[in-house]
Design a protein around this ligand. Sequence first.
Ligand code: MG
Length: 275
Amino acid sequence: MRVKQISLLFIFLSVFIFSCKEKVAVEPLEEIESENDGVITYSEYAGEEPTTPEETEYYKPKVPVVEPGKNGAPPSDAIILFDGISFDGWMHTQDSTAVKWHLNEDGSMTVADKTGNIRTKQEFGDVQLHIEWKSPLPVQRDGQNRGNSGVFLNGMYEVQVLDNNDNDTYVNGQVGSIYKQGPPLAMASVPTGEWNVYDIIYHAPEFNEEGGKVKSATVTVLHNGVLIQDHTEIKGTTPYIGWPKNPPHGKGPLMLQDHGDDSRVSYRNIWVREL
Ligand code: MG
């Protein structure tokens, strides 16, 4: 009986010590103001100064492994939205009908004029989005009527697509702008007729139970590898006329614009990673 009690005590102590050892993850950071004005420190770092390297290293939780895509291919955990073969994952926004845009032999799609915007069937919240687009040749018209399309995050916030090469327009509506809200930090388009790349990191807005916005959406955009939107606050919807609006919403589709003026903009290689 005594031996059994000692054994049980030993097992209990082993489990206790093991569970203590597992608690290696660092506590979440909490910003605290120091007594010196303007200096931010962190509660986690407020204790006694470590004297060994191991005290500031941790191993859990493990970071997920993602295999990067080779030669422009999507990474291993990406959701492929358009693979160049079919419009299976898409429909027209207005009436949910099958997509009437052109499916090209080179694995791209092109806006079919006045057929309307298209959207993904799947809906998303926070995403990393990769999308490639091309302005058409020969060049037609000027300003907002030259190769105008757009990538709508959450189905309602437009990152402008436009042929801005030698083509002035209002800067908060130029290529890479958050339409009618924020001009891009740079104009980074390739020559008309070549493929542009947008890599977009989007965080959706948050709303309270009454439908009031408590946190704005933010967007970061790389245009051909150049940072053009740097964690930009999205103030609301991006209408042609009027102020941004903030209707409450949850997840939404990715939407592509038919500007309705024979824009002939093409897209290819579209994928997202949910964040
Ligand atoms: Mg547009």
